[in-house]
Design a protein around this ligand. Sequence first.
Ligand code: NDP
Ligand code: GDR
Length: 373
Amino acid sequence: MTKRALITGITGQDGSYLAELLLEKGYEVHGIKRRASSFNTERVDHLYQDPHEQERKFHLHYGDLTDTSNLTRIVAEVQPDEIYNLGAQSHVAVSFEMPEYTADVDGLGALRLLEAMRFLKLGDKCRYYQASTSELYGLVQEVPQTEKTPFYPRSPYGVAKLYAYWITVNYREAYGMYACNGILFNHESPRRGETFVTRKITRGLANIAVGLEDCLYMGNLDALRDWGHAKDYVRMQWMMLQQEQAKDYVIATGVQYSVRQFVDMAAKELGITLAFEGDGVEERAVVLKVDGDKAPAVKRGDVVLRVDPKYFRPAEVETLLGDPTLAGVDMGWVPQVTLREMVGEMMASDLAHARKHALLTSHGYESPVTNRR
Ligand code: NDP
Ligand code: GDR
C-alpha cells in the first residue's frame, strides 16, 4: 500500500528536501502552501505534477497553520499515514517583531493539527512529527545539550516552540498517539532562506566577489552554533516516524563553530583571506589577500564586512552544541555532510547565482541586488 504523507511548510527548506525524500521512497506526498500574491513554490517547482496527470504523487493544498477548519478539512481529505509539521514563522529575530503571530503559527499551529487527528479519530493510523528546535535550550543549562537538558527559551519563537514541544508530548501521553519531537539544531543548505546567517554570508560574499555589493553588514559574530546539512536532518525526520515507539530526539553534529569562523570558511572558498579587526560593535573584516579568480571584484585592503548593531537581538542565544548520541544508538543515524563540504556547496551555488545576476545586470536585464536585510 502506498503511504501518504502530509507536510506543512513544504515550500520551505526542509519541506522541499523531505518531499524529495518521501517521493523517492514511493510515498504520495501532500503539502500545504500559503496563498501569496507572487509565486512561492520555487523550492518544490521541480516536483510539480500537472493536476490533470493520472497517478499523481505530489499534491499541493492551500492552507495556513492559523486556520483550524482549513487544516481539519485537509487532514480529513488526505487521510495521511504521517504528518510532518514543518510550517512555522521560523526566523528568531522576526519573532521579536511579530510575537503574537509567531505564537499562533508555531505554538497553536501544532495544537490544531493534533486536535484534527484526535477529532477525526486518526490517532491509531497516523503518526505526527513536530519540528522542535535547539532554540528551546536558549540560555543553556548544560553542555552539550541532550534530550534531558532543561529548556530556557530566549525569544518569542523559542517560547512558541516550547508550547508545541509540550503539546506533542501531552497528546502522546494523554491519547496514546504516535507523536514525537525532533529537537533539531541549525541545519543549512543552498535552499536556506536568504536572511538566516549562513545563507546571508554565502550570498553576500558571492555578490561582493563579482562586484554586485561592496560590504556585508552583520550582527553578533561571537554566536556559536552546531550547524549540519538539511538533507541529513530530513532523513532523520522520516526515521523518527518509522520507530516502534514514538520518542523525542536531539539531532545535531556535536561540533560547534562561531559565526566569525563561518565567515572565514566561506571567504576561503572564494580564495579570500580575511583579518578581523576591532571587536563587538566596531568589528570589521579586511581582505589580506585574494588567490585564484573566483573574486575578481575584491582586492587587498577592502572592508567586506562590518558589524551593525541593528542585527543584534533583544535576547541572544550565545551558544548551542548538541549531543546526538541517542539518535545514533536507536536508529544508527550519523550526519554525512561535514561543515566544510556544506560551506563549499552553498558558496558554489551562490557564486553561480551571483555571476548570472552580474551578467544580466551588466546587460540591463536586472537591477543590482542588496543584501541589507
Ligand atoms: P523555512 O522558514 O525555510 O520554512 C518554513 C515553512 O513554513 C515555509 O514553507 C513557510 O511558507 C511555512 N509557513 C510559514 N508560516 C506559515 C503559516 N502561517 N501557515 C502555514 N505555513 C507557514 O524553515 P525550515 O525549512 O528551515 O524549517 C522547518 C521547520 O523546522 C520550522 O518549523 C523551523 O522552525 C524548524 N527548525 C528549523 C531549523 C533549521 O535550522 N532550519 C532547526 C530547528 C527547527 P512560505 O514559503 O509561504 O513562507
Ligand atoms: P537561529 O539562526 O537564530 O539560530 O535560528 P540564524 O541563522 O538566524 O542566526 C544564528 C546566529 O547568528 C547570529 N547572527 C546573525 N543572524 C542573522 N540571521 N543575521 C545576521 O546578520 C547575523 N549576525 C549574527 C544570530 O544572532 C544567531 O546567534 C535558526 C532558525 O532556523 C530557527 O528556525 C531554528 O529553530 C534554529 O536555527 C535552530
